[in-house]
Write a protein that binds this ligand. Structure first.
Ligand SMILES: Nc1nc2c(ncn2[C@@H]2O[C@H](COP(=O)(O)OP(=O)(O)OP(=O)(O)O)[C@@H](O)[C@H]2O)c(=O)[nH]1
Length: 837
């Protein structure tokens, strides 16, 4: 039943399941084989397939056996035509209903009646091919040939054993001897004879050195079966065939009928492998099966890889992604592409799994590299989109943050951090699992772009600020600040220099430091909101400090131009005022020389302070130099003495230890200034001396002692005469009064205060009119009657500067006046008037 079922099953599709693998001329029918493999889906079998072949003498019923055994439809000889060759070359067909997929090859008969002896080469070639590709080789033989010297299969076996040596590393193949037309002799008796025959043949075959001692069993599993005659005992034949068929099921499992399958190639490589083996056999080369296996693996894996690459290129999803990524970012790019790549690689793995591992892995790697190379431009585009997209989004967010009033620095930092993180996130979405590309360059580029944008915005903002409030700050604030600084320094510096003393520059320095520190603090506070780098800030602060110093220096220079005035002021202040700042009255007691020296010293001190800017801690000896050069009287005396030549420390245009930049007044200028100062203050001193002398003169009415002695000696007689005659005394007294009146009237002492000549000139012009006036008034007084209040009038006139003599003729008291008697009251007033004068 089973046999019939499989046979029928085969019959339904027999036409499509066989191929003429190698034709009678030895041409390999690769197309036919491919077609057969495709039809029987051998490519999907991996290693689960078996190849069976049959050899044997021509017309020995091989095809008949195969057709019955495997359900094939190889051409059988028509029994009525007699024995002639029906099978040319090698045919191949699928064994119907046998699992795993088993292919069987029907070889051309070996006793070559048709081809003749010359064609034995084809027998060898086909035998070698069958041994190279088959797991099981059936040797069809007539039962009556067993133990016969001239057995038909003897040359065949010889050939089989010889070619087996040509397989570089032969695999163990199952040789199944199928005894046809078995006789009544039991198989148990036949088999030893057959095995003996086989051994004899094996022993007779010349072997290479390496296999000289190798037993037959190392190369072959020998199996023997016997079948009844198909022609005479068909039913028995069929039953025995059906029984034999069972042995071909799962033949490749361990312990199965198939050999060790060391050299088996994956099913998908069978076609190529068979072609190559035949090619090598045709070229009469030795077959190196391991190398062949690697070669087959290489070719097949490459084919598979190429096929997978091709199918990836044509993959619809990939094409869509590739197209889409050109115009913009693709969501889930990495995942999608990774999945497609995974499919391709998995397919490759599945198809190439049974090939040599080394080859398979190498080809897989190549495929992966090729695929990644293919998708890299798309990934680059994706990265580029992500980078530009992130940059654009950063720009928007940054602008927004700035517009929202966030500080520039804070906004830049926050947005940068945020969008770099976004980039990482978006980039993670684009990562292709299989690729290990370094994307740090893209990240770095984005960072550079962001930084460049921040820098450009910063520059633009600063540029925009020219018309904005902020620039007003940048322009106005420093201006206001400097103005304030100027005010804070100018006035105090002027005041300090005005009262110049040894501590002036220390005080100015302290003031400068204090005001600069205040300004710097204010400026730092004001610019704290701007993203100004430390260097620029330090630069501005340094400028501010320089400006402050510049203000002080400029003020000092300005003040140095007024040094002469200040020296004179100081001189005059000290010279004309006493220690209590009261104006001096030159009474004669003052030491003008000492006062002058003190005043000049103070002026020189002022000069020494004003000659140089001393804002640093350098020490100089300018004051000493000036003092020794200008104040030292001994030195000056020496200079005046032209016979002594001394060194003049002021004969220079620069001060020792003082650079020209800090010099306000050069030594030469000091000398010139001092000379001018002396000249211009000389007059004041002279005036003081004159005033002192005048004061002395005014307060000393007595003649010199010698004059008094001379008067006493020479005028003794006249004095005695006057004492003896009182009339003379009265006349003298009246004369005295008259002269005194003239003295008062003409203000003689006042006139002579400005010198003798001007006094004489003035008196000469006033003398006559005064006399005339006196006389006139005397005349008038004489004519007017005496009044009761004559005494009061006399007093009035006296107070008005009139001579008391004017009343002497008209008032009773005038007699007393004329007689030289002055009332105590009048006398007092007179004396007061003199004092006032
Ligand atoms: N005596 C005998 N004859 C058989 C047997 N089987 C088949 N034959 C006959 O042998 C002849 C040849 O059969 P094939 O199957 O074509 O033989 P073959 O070995 O395939 O022939 P080639 O392909 O030409 O080498 C046919 O006439 C068959 O009927 C058998 O078991 N015993």
């Amino acid at each position: 039943m089973g046999y019939k079922y499989y046979f029928n099953c085969f019959k339904e599709k027999s036409d499509s399941c066989s191929a003429h693998l190698i034709d009678g001329d030895g041409t390999f029918n690769d197309t036919g084989l491919e077609q057969l493999i495709k039809e029987v889906k051998l490519g999907e079998c991996g290693l689960s397939y078996a190849i069976v072949s049959i050899m044997g003498p021509q017309s020995s019923g091989k095809s008949t056996l195969l057709n019955h055994l495997f359900g094939t439809n190889f051409r059988e000889m028509d029994a009525f035509k007699g024995r002639s060759q029906t099978t040319k070359g090698i045919w191949m067909a699928r064994c119907a209903g046998i699992e795993p997929c088993t292919l069987v090859m029907d070889l051309e008969g070996t006793d070559g009646r048709e081809r003749g002896e010359d064609d034995t080469a084809f027998e060898k070639q086909s035998a070698l091919f069958a041994l190279a590709v088959s797991d099981i080789v059936l040797i069809n033989m007539w039962c009556h040939d067993i133990g016969r010297e001239q057995a038909a299969n003897k040359p065949l076996l010889k050939t089989v054993f010889q070619v087996m040596m040509r397989l570089f590393s032969p695999r163990k193949t199952t040789l199944m001897f199928v005894i046809r037309d078995k006789t009544r002799t039991p198989l148990e008796n036949l088999e030893p004879v057959l095995r003996e025959d086989i051994q004899k043949i094996w022993d007779s075959v010349p072997k290479p050195e390496a296999h000289k001692e190798t037993p037959l069993s190392d190369f072959f599993n020998v199996e023997v079966v016997a079948l009844s005659s198909y022609e005479e005992k068909e039913e028995q034949f069929k039953d025995q065939v059906a029984s034999l068929r069972q042995r071909f099921f799962h033949s490749i499992t361990p312990g199965g009928l198939a050999g060790d399958r060391r050299g088996v190639v994956p099913a998908s490589g069978f076609s190529f492998s068979a072609q190559e083996i035949w090619k090598v056999i045709k070229e009469n080369k030795d077959l190196d099966l391991p190398a062949h296996k690697v070669m087959v693996a290489t070719v097949r894996c490459e084919e598979i890889a190429n096929e997978k690459y091709g199918s990836f290129v044509a993959n619809e999803k990939w094409c869509q992604i590739e197209e889409a990524v050109e115009s913009g970012p693709v969501s889930g790019f990495g995942k999608k592409l990774s999945a497609i790549l995974n499919i391709s690689l998995s397919e490759y793995d599945a198809e190439a799994i049974y090939f040599d591992e080394g080859v398979r892995s190498a080809k897989r790697q190549q495929l992966e590299e090729k695929l990644l190379q293919l998708v890299q431009p798309a990934h680059q585009s994706m990265l580029s989109h992500i980078r530009s997209g992130t940059l654009e989004k950063f720009k928007e967010a940054f602008d927004k943050a700035l517009n929202a009033g966030d500080g520039f620095s804070l906004a830049a930092q926050t947005c940068t951090q945020s969008y770099m993180a976004h980039f990482d996130e978006w980039h993670a979405d684009a990562v292709i699992e299989q690729a290990n590309w370094d994307t740090s360059k893209a990240r770095d580029k984005l960072r550079r772009d962001i930084d460049a944008h921040i820098a450009s915005v910063h520059a633009a903002k600063l540029s925009e600020l020219t018309s904005s409030f902020e620039v007003q700050f940048f322009y106005d604030y420093p201006f206001l600040l400097l103005l304030k600084l100027n005010e804070a320094l100018s006035g105090p510096v002027e005041a300090l220099l005005d009262g110049a003393n040894s501590g002036t520059w220390a005080a100015i320095k302290k003031l400068l430091q204090h005001e600069t520190a205040l300004a710097v603090a204010g400026f730092s506070n004001a610019i704290s909101g701007f993203d100004m780098d430390g260097q620029s800030k330090d630069k501005l602060i340094a400028s501010l400090e320089n400006y402050a110093r510049g203000v002080v220096e400029a003020k000092a220079r300005e003040e140095s131009g007024r040094v002469l005035i200040r020296m004179k002021d100081r001189f005059s202040m000290l010279f004309s005022h006493d220690s209590e700042s009261m104006p001096r009255i030159w009474t004669g007691k003052e030491d003008i020389r000492a006062i002058t020296k003190t005043a000049r010293s103070a002026s020189l001190k002022l000069l020494s302070v004003m000659v140089a800017i001393r804002l640093d801690d350098d020490v100089d000896n300018i004051e000493t130099t000036l003092s020794s050069a200008l104040m030292d009287t001994k030195n000056n005396a020496a200079v005046k003495d032209r016979s002594i030549i001394t060194f003049d420390p002021l004969a220079s245009s620069s001060w020792e230890k003082i650079p020209s930049s800090r010099t306000l007044i050069t030594p030469v200028q000091c000398k010139s200034l001092w000379r001018q100062f002396r000249t211009e203050t000389e007059y004041t001193v002279t005036q003081a001396i004159s005033a002192q002398e005048a004061h002395k003169r005014n307060n000393n009415w007595l003649p010199p002692p010698w004059a008094i002695v001379a008067l006493v000696v020479l005028g003794f007689n006249e004095f005695m005469t006057l004492l003896r005659n009182p009339l003379y005394l009265g006349v003298i007294f009246v004369g005295f009064l008259l002269i005194k009146a003239l003295w008062v009237q003409l203000d003689i002492s006042g006139e002579f205060r400005n010198g003798a000549l001007p006094g004489l000139l003035s008196l000469s012009s006033k003398f006559l009119p005064t006399i005339m006036n006196l006389l006139k008034r005397l005349a008038e007084e004489g004519q007017n009657p005496a009044t009761a209040d004559s005494q009061r009038n006399a007093t009035k006139s006296f107070q008005n500067g009139s001579s008391p003599l004017s009343d002497s003729s008209s008032s009773p008291s005038s007699s007393s006046a004329s007689s030289g008697v002055i009332s105590p009251q009048n006398g007092t007033e007179y004396s007061n008037t003199l004092k006032d004068d």
